[in-house]
Ligand binder design. Structure first.
Ligand code: DX5
Ligand code: ZN
Length: 221
């Protein structure tokens, strides 16, 4: 099993002081930076793009930046994120006309490709792609907004993907995104996730280190 990664979603951070927020959450023990890109087209919200990713790198962030593209089309924006310093680039298969091509594009630019599954997206998209992915992201909310509640059917989905990954024998991170809190992260880890996005559970709270620690403790229990 892979090591645990806590990936705070900066969607819930204070954007007026983003560099400081990211420094603080990483100093608090977080492992990755989850970077939610929304285009007001594929999802009903508008957030941040490659300029902000590049600015975080220039600010000195060395942790993995986990870019979650909620955009359509996908391919046009991928090279900009690769140049901006993205580590992982994940996309929704429904938003790409050629899923295999997009995976190869991300890989060819030196980034790690991930595929994202909405609550109603079938896992059959993994049939011919899993052996080329570095990450599978299971959405436990419908994408577009932070602060929604966890959709329980994601647990069964995680368990099924866990089995597929273990059967394949390659290292693939299994990430969960949406409504993750210290009080449900234990059962999410038990279902097979190793990488945990959390936005509203962390940002805006007084003690980032306390929450990150509580999450890691609950995963290890
Ligand atoms: C939703 C985003 C999530 C979101 C998570 O579309 O992909 O990353 O920010 O926020 P919380 O943890 O508040 O559900
Ligand atoms: Zn996300």
């Amino acid at each position: 099993r892979q090591s645990t990664a806590i990936a705070p979603s900066i969607l819930s951070a204070n954007f007026a002081r983003l560099g400081e927020e990211v420094d603080n959450v990483l100093a608090a023990g977080a492992d990755w930076v989850h970077f939610d890109v929304m285009d007001n087209h594929y999802v009903p919200n508008l957030t941040i793009g490659p300029l902000v990713c590049e600015a975080l790198r220039k600010h000195g962030v060395t942790a993995p930046i986990d870019v979650h593209l909620m955009v359509k089309p996908v391919d046009r924006i991928v090279p900009d994120f690769a140049k901006a310093g993205a580590t992982y680039i994940s996309f929704h298969p429904e938003a790409s006309d050629h899923v295999d091509r997009t995976i190869q594009l991300i890989r060819s630019l030196g980034c790690k490709p991930g595929l994202v599954f909405n609550p109603a997206t079938p896992l059959s998209y993994l049939d011919y792609t899993l052996d080329q992915l570095d990450l599978v992201l299971i959405m436990s909310v419908n994408p577009g907004f932070g602060g929604q509640s966890f959709i329980p059917s994601a647990l069964d989905k995680l368990a099924r993907v866990r089995e597929m990954i273990d059967r394949g024998g390659r290292e693939v991170r299994l990430e969960i995104d949406g409504g993750v809190k210290p009080d449900n992260i234990g059962e999410i880890a038990a279902a097979g996730a190793d990488t945990f996005v959390a936005g509203s559970a962390i940002f805006g709270k007084p003690d980032y280190a306390g929450i990150v620690r509580a999450m890691k403790d609950a995963v290890d229990k």
